[in-house]
Ligand binder design. Structure first.
Ligand SMILES: Cc1cc2nc3c(=O)[nH]c(=O)nc-3n(C[C@H](O)[C@H](O)[C@H](O)COP(=O)(O)OP(=O)(O)OC[C@H]3O[C@@H](n4cnc5c(N)ncnc54)[C@H](O)[C@@H]3O)c2cc1C
Length: 486
């Protein structure tokens, strides 16, 4: 088998991978981006004549394309692969379950577009060579690229915005609550089917159309449906074993430098399995200090007469309770129009709400590799943030007289982080202040697994800012890449 040679390979096209690739290509680098999922068949991608698109889960394709893989340590083989072009990956673990997605653009298709910076001191104290000032400009860049802004009280035409909702219960407090900026095309005024199952008309800004498409003409090579199975360190760099699901063959790709951005769950899997095969060595702190960013999702069947909560922006906004300062986010079942179901059930679901609580957890969980399966240990009792959210949900049940349903003591996160974290040395961390694995030169980590602590807010901007920082380090260390990013 002939091995192909590449300068820089980026694995994964979500907030970490797309940002790294965009910044490197803009600076003149030759980048190959490997993404296991397909290009999604949205209006922008179709208009760009990208072939071999796969549908977002909707209508007839909903049940076939909603799930890619379900994994759990007790399943035969550890996982069930459902559809190569499925959108979501679910990893079940009694201690901490994780949800992520697949496709060119990564999590930007399924996320609720909340583009939020963490506390100002988030980056301080993790490495002598790094501070919030070092990273600040990278936040500005991605926030601007995503067209992020908050809903203003003058945005009367945005349905169900929590700040303009005149029927909001009095106990749902928004005074003094910081509302999220959102990566959304407000001016178009299309306010439906734009959330967890993707945005067909690109009302929600996604990374494939916003960052990647414009760079195809400038030489970015995107290999969709290419799943990296193994990363092997060699004398000259790295040899990747890649399953090309488009042509149904195994390929070998060589690269001097590799940026791993497959998302927390899949980056940890790749690093653990490559180490177990003997392809990578070292990384004694791999799997340490993971967390779920305090996520607790809940379903609130409030069944409010005369309401259609399924329209609006991908989330309605944030609130607190008067006597509990936990930050909660409110969502309708946006996208329910595109799921096949009896019309009476759909009408009912439109009157219900989803609530999500989150906050900075301790991030003191661990991931380990047991017989080719990822096992998570998450001592959630150490994180008071989870108990505070449970209390807030119980309080809403009693204030409203309608029970809020959630899984107590079985956390599910869409914001996993850590496990290949940034730090000072191999003893306490996997990567250094440039994002390079301490004991594997040339291998960089640019996704949620690199984060040194829970952001306590939705993490995509923090991941993109970290990826931007890594790209800047690579650009400054490489003589052939020098222009600043457009
Ligand atoms: C329902 C939901 C709502 C969310 N809402 C928000 C929100 O409002 N705001 C926010 O900030 N965050 C939100 N998030 C979280 C956000 O989506 C993630 O934090 C973010 O996408 C993580 O970025 P990443 O680059 O680490 O990984 P991802 O964006 O997950 O990208 C990783 C990519 O790598 C690909 N990949 C995986 N394994 C391989 C492999 N072996 N080979 C090749 N490619 C591979 C995957 O297919 C994927 O496309 C939400 C997440 C979900 C699921």
């Amino acid at each position: 088998m002939v091995a192909e040679k590449h300068d820089i390979i980026v694995i994964g096209s979500g907030f970490g991978g797309a940002t790294t690739a965009a910044k490197l290509v803009s600076a003149g680098a030759k980048v190959t981006l490997l993404e296991r999922g397909p290009w999604r068949d949205t209006d922008a991608i179709r208009a760009a004549n990208i072939s071999a698109r796969a549908p977002l889960p909707a209508g007839k394709s909903f049940f076939s394309h909603a799930l890619r893989r379900v994994s759990a340590s007790w399943l035969p083989g550890g996982q069930i692969n459902l559809h190569g072009d499925g959108l979501f990956d679910l990893h079940y673990d009694s201690q901490l379950s994780m949800i992520c997605s697949s496709g060119v653009g990564g999590g930007s298709h399924v996320y609720s577009a909340m583009n939020v910076r963490p506390a100002e001191d988030y980056w301080d104290g993790h490495h002598d060579a790094l501070s919030g000032t070092t990273i600040a400009a990278h936040y500005d860049w991605i926030l601007e690229k995503m067209g992020s802004r908050t809903v203003a009280s003058s945005d009367a035409l945005v349905p169900n915005s929590i700040i303009t909702d005149s029927r909001r219960p009095t106990w749902m407090n928004v005074a003094g609550v910081r509302q999220p900026e959102m990566g959304f095309r407000f001016a178009r005024g299309r306010f439906s089917n734009n959330s967890f199952f993707g945005s067909q008309d690109n009302s929600k800004v996604s990374l494939d159309e916003r960052l990647l498409l414009p760079l195809l003409e400038r030489g970015l090579s995107v290999r969709d449906r290419h799943e990296v199975m193994d990363i092997c360190q060699t004398d000259q760099g790295f040899r990747l074993t890649v399953k090309d699901n488009q042509h149904n063959r195994i390929r070998t790709l060589l690269a001097g430098r590799v940026v791993l951005a497959a998302g927390t769950l899949n980056t940890l899997r790749l690093l653990f399995s490559s180490r177990a095969h003997g392809s990578l060595n070292g990384m004694p702190a791999l799997g340490q200090r993971i967390g779920g960013n305090g996520d607790v999702p809940a379903y609130w069947p409030c069944n409010e007469t005369g309401r259609d909560y399924s329209t609006g922006t991908p989330c309605h906004g944030r609130f607190t309770l008067q006597d509990n300062h936990t930050d909660l986010t409110r969502y309708g079942l946006n996208g329910v129009d595109r799921i096949p179901m009896p019309s009476s059930l759909r009408a009912r679901l439109k009157r219900d709400l989803v609530l999500v609580g989150m906050g900075a957890d301790q991030g003191d969980g661990t991931a380990s590799w047991q017989g080719s399966r990822l096992k998570l240990n998450y001592p959630q009792r150490n994180s008071s943030v989870l108990a505070d959210i449970y209390t807030a949900f119980d309080r809403i049940s009693s204030l409203s007289g309608k029970k809020v349903y959630f899984l107590r003591d079985r956390p599910i996160t869409v914001h996993p982080f850590g496990g290949a974290r940034l730090g000072q040395s191999t003893a306490d961390s996997v990567i250094n202040a440039c994002g390079e694995v301490h004991d594997i030169p040339g291998l960089f980590i640019a996704d949620g697994s690199a984060l040194p602590a829970a952001p306590g807010v939705p993490p995509s901007m923090t991941i993109a800012a970290w990826a931007g920082h890594i790209a800047a380090q690579l650009i400054s260390s490489s003589p052939s890449t020098h222009q600043e990013v457009a």
